[in-house]
Design a protein around this ligand. Sequence first.
Ligand SMILES: Cc1cc2nc3c(=O)[nH]c(=O)nc-3n(C[C@H](O)[C@H](O)[C@H](O)COP(=O)(O)O)c2cc1C
Length: 260
Amino acid sequence: MKTTIFYFSGTGNSLAVAQQIAAKLDSTFLVRIQKPFPKHPDVSADRIGIVFPVYMWGLPGAVKEFAAKLGAGAGKYIFAVTTYGGFPAATLHMLSGVLVKGGMKLSAGFGMRMPGNYVPMYGALESDKQQEIFNDSKGKIAEIAETVKRGAQGRIEKGNWLINAVLSGLIYNLGIGRIPVSDKKFFWQPTCTKCGICAKICPVENIKLVEGRPQWQHHCEGCLACLQWCPVEAIQYGKKTIGRKRYRHPEVGVKTMLAR
Ligand SMILES: Cc1cc2nc3c(=O)[nH]c(=O)nc-3n(C[C@H](O)[C@H](O)[C@H](O)COP(=O)(O)O)c2cc1C
């Protein structure tokens, strides 16, 4: 049975989770969610997976837009995994709503705790703490793969309704629309070597290189890939990120991130 897993990932957590699930299923193909989006994504596989991070207790804008394009996958087994640093709230229900609107159905949805990557608020966890989280995730990866293999329907993880209403309702709706222009806070420092990785790794073509240096185009997804993967830490987001420890999934290299 063939499976296509579409993944969106800024710092490798969702990509690593997609890879680990793929390793437990037969004939699974990974496809990066990136712009420009195809008009009609290839949903010819028997099963469709969507793996992505939680942003502001909800769906990243690009994932919402992409999921709405999967309509040709109606009637297929669709599963989703959302990776999060603290709390996923009603993210999977939000995805379910987008799919239902497009005539599809989310068959199963899982949250997967991973190290948080929001460096404007906190630095990366120490390696041993990261490792504990990765170790804890192994059982759930196996459980997800088993559920998908069985084609089990109906389990869509969610939190308490009141917390969901505040976080995924109120705060998400107030905040998500501001992310595209929040890139005004990014800047580069003179240590920039003009390597261009920031522009290549951006999943939504939001970085134009001007004389080799990044210029953000205000249709940002907030994934922080540009900042986190800069090999000399020359990209900052406001002053707070200066000197703060970057996060990248330790088993995902830049080449894998850039693979198309
Ligand atoms: C813009 C942004 C918003 C985030 N919001 C949340 C959140 O609301 N709740 C949470 O638990 N984690 C949040 N995170 C953390 C990520 O969901 C988490 O680290 C995820 O695993 C990153 O996946 P990636 O490495 O595939 O990009 C946020 C991260 C970013 C960059």
